[in-house]
Design a protein around this ligand. Structure first.
Ligand code: BJ8
Length: 383
């Protein structure tokens, strides 16, 4: 059953949000609203929101500008990094074009070195992210970097950001995360109510809805509609249930999700940044705002952290809650941190959760689609 056609227009509005957002971004700029471009989940969006600035995720998910990037960067580099740089260099990303400031973080080596070059096309501020979540010194460094970000935004845009404004932004962002979680938790239904691609498109699209109140309302409307239809008997055929983890998989890398779905399984859960990694944990609304933001964002379980226990903790919880039959770990070509981490994730999934695991390395080209289909079919066959 293709449930997509039965979903309300809201579904389309989320799926198309990134493209429709180009015009909205221009209108906001025309009204004098500043835009900040971001690349990573570690960027504390509440700081931008509290200044009345729109934070938007920059183009980094297609191979369109990789050729341009490879004139300056090594070919054997993660496609996400090459794409990010290429869009900036070629000036082909409307969000990059409209951004007054770009925020990067010292996550992986390739990204932090790339930001040095990106600074030639736009003002770039790089937040110094610690490489470990352990120890008070890491927490204090990250907290001071969040305060520095606030100071830089205040200086560049001549805006004063009060603690109360940050607290208000924390509350809105928490409400958005809760609405997103209500929606993507529909993946827990067994048999599923909707496909993994549909879940993924809505959650990714929400990042390009600049009016958070409207977005939150639409997410609840959509969740209610799916639940009502499910009770009425609209459900997908039962198939093996897959959790996808690893590198971000938006845009071109979504081909992996398609290959899973085309070869007889459902993706019911996404641990990646695009879905759970960013939204599962809320910001504490009672604490000092900088303590609370530092705590939430530093706890993100990305492979650039050493050790990275929080990824394992989230995986354990999701494998259990979503009744997962197999885990597929997606590694973008030349991503060393996620690549090296496949060893510990495989061990954890197979030995502690007793379910099958496979890792796949891919890039943004279409050249490995045949190979992806073969590998996914073989993996799903044995579930
Ligand atoms: S918090 S996952 S968005 S860093 S895939 S560029 S790590 S070589 S994207 Fe990421 Fe932030 Fe982590 Fe999330 Fe480097 Fe690997 Fe490329 Fe990566």
């Amino acid at each position: 059953m293709n449930i997509k056609t039965d979903l309300p227009e809201i579904y389309e509005s989320f799926s198309e949000a990134r493209r429709n957002g180009f015009i909205k971004a221009k209108k906001l700029k025309d009204k004098g609203v500043p835009l900040i471009g971001t690349f990573c989940t570690y960027m504390p969006q509440e700081i931008a929101m509290s200044a009345g600035i729109v934070a938007v995720s920059l183009c980094s998910t297609s191979d369109e500008t990789i050729g341009e990037a490879e004139k300056d960067l090594p070919r054997n580099l993660c496609p996400l990094i090459k794409s990010s740089y290429g869009f900036g260099k070629a000036d082909k990303c409307p969000y990059f074009y409209f951004s007054d400031l770009v925020i990067g973080e010292t996550t992986c080596d390739g990204k932090k070195k790339m930001y040095e070059y990106l600074g030639e096309f736009k003002p770039v501020h790089v937040m110094q992210l610690p490489n470990t979540q352990r120890g008070d010194y890491s927490f204090q460094l990250w907290k001071s970097e969040i305060i520095r970000l606030k100071d830089i935004i205040e200086g560049q845009f001549h805006i004063e950001i009060s603690d109360n404004k940050i607290r208000d932004a924390i509350k809105i962002k928490n409400r958005e995360r809760t609405a997103l979680k209500e929606f993507y938790s529909l993946g827990k239904l067994d048999p599923p109510a909707l496909s993994g691609s549909e879940i993924f498109n809505v959650v990714s699209g929400a990042g390009f809805k600049f009016n958070k109140e409207t977005s939150i309302r639409e997410l609840y409307d959509l969740t209610d509609k799916v639940k009502k239809d499910y009770k009425g008997g609209k459900r997908l055929e039962a198939k093996p249930r897959i959790l996808v983890t690893g590198c971000p998989i938006g845009g071109a890398a979504q081909k992996v999700v398609k290959a899973i779905e085309d070869n007889g399984a459902h993706v019911v859960a996404f641990e990646n940044c695009n879905v759970a990694k960013a939204n599962e944990v809320l910001v504490d609304e009672e604490k000092d705002v900088f303590d609370a933001l530092a705590e939430k964002y530093l706890a993100i379980g990305c492979s650039c952290m050493s050790p990275n226990e929080n990824r394992i903790n989230l995986l354990e919880k999701m494998i259990r809650e979503y009744k997962v039959d197999g885990v597929i770990d997606v590694v973008l070509q030349a991503c060393h941190t996620y690549g090296v981490e496949t060893f510990s994730i495989k061990k954890f999934v197979k030995e502690s959760c007793n379910i099958p695991y496979i890792s796949v390395e891919t890039d943004y080209s279409q050249s490995d689609i045949g190979q992806l289909n073969t590998r996914m079919a073989a993996f799903i066959e044995m579930l």
